[in-house]
Design a protein. Structure first.
Ligand SMILES: NC(=O)c1ccc[n+]([C@@H]2O[C@H](COP(=O)([O-])OP(=O)(O)OC[C@H]3O[C@@H](n4cnc5c(N)ncnc54)[C@H](O)[C@@H]3O)[C@@H](O)[C@H]2O)c1
Length: 255
């Protein structure tokens, strides 16, 4: 399979490109020069520059984005990469007849559920009186509740995917990602025990996103098999035929 990864030089791109290269022909686009073979330096806001790079591609994994999601992040930063570039990547993929499109969305698309109970307590690490086996989960079919402008741009990317799936027959997987760090660490924030997505699970998960048969349009949650979850990760694993191996709880300091 020929797989094109946008933003291949970033945190997630670096992890999954190595893993996918074992079984697939992987090419990439990034605005920053990289040493990786098969990577082209291009700005995704330039549709003419990028369109030829989609010829013969079977699956696109669209990672490139402005990933900062602080409340003060402005449209000057978000519009070019999270809106124009995302629209360009969908358009270029469609024009080239790309079959599978994997869009890096975010849990922030539904992040305001984390202000409601019991999820607010879980995200804050207050577990008293809660049983993780019976906590209700935020599912993929609940209404989006973006927690900021960044999240709204990700909702747009999911919406474009729905359009291309429904009207153009593209197979689209939108991954509402949790937290992935360069170091693979969970970090000090208790929410890490909800959202941590280990590098090992990340690589296998994105392989499944590119390869799984029978996909039309799926929204899946991207996190490891964490005990204190908020989001319905298991439905996505089932749709993709993926089995995670890590759980943040196994790495919690007992001291
Ligand atoms: N890392 C996380 O915890 C996390 C969580 C949720 C969602 N996501 C999403 O996953 C995706 C990848 O995240 P990441 O952590 O690897 O991000 P990152 O910032 O590490 O990497 C993004 C890459 O995209 C490239 N890029 C940016 N603008 C570009 C443009 N106009 N043209 C070409 N390349 C461009 C950057 O140079 C960079 O290499 C993003 O869409 C992000 O929003 C990440």
């Amino acid at each position: 399979m020929k797989i094109l990864i946008t933003g291949i030089g970033g945190t997630i791109g670096s992890v999954i490109a190595d893993a996918l290269s074992n079984q697939h022909e992987v090419t990439g686009i990034d605005i920053r020069p990289l040493e990786r073979d098969g990577t082209v330096v291009a700005d995704l806001t330039d549709i003419d520059a990028i369109s030829p790079l989609f010829q013969g591609v079977d699956a696109v994994i669209h990672l490139a984005a402005e990933r900062r999601h602080t409340p003060d992040i402005g449209w000057d930063l978000l519009l070019p990469t999270n809106v124009i570039a995302t629209a360009n990547v969908y358009d270029a993929a469609h024009a080239a007849g790309v079959r599978r499109f994997v869009f890096a969305s975010s849990m922030h698309v539904v992040g305001n559920y984390e202000n409601d109970e019991p999820w607010a307590s879980i995200a804050a690490g207050r577990y008293e009186g809660l049983d993780p086996a019976t906590v209700p989960l935020v599912t993929a079919d609940m209404p989006v509740r973006p927690d900021g402008r960044y999240a709204a741009t990700k909702a747009l990317g999911e919406s474009l995917g729905r359009y291309y799936a429904d009207c153009e027959g593209m197979e689209v997987v939108c991954v509402r990602l949790g937290t992935i760090a360069d170091s693979d660490a969970i970090g000090d924030d208790p929410r890490g025990y909800v959202a941590w997505f280990s590098h090992a699970d990340l690589a296998g998960f994105f392989s499944a996103c590119a390869e799984a048969p029978g996909i039309k349009y799926e929204i899946v949650y991207g996190a490891s098999a964490n005990t204190w979850k908020i989001y319905d990760t298991a439905s996505g694993w089932k749709a993709l035929g993926f089995t995670p191996s890590d759980n943040a709880e196994d790495h919690r300091s007992k001291s």
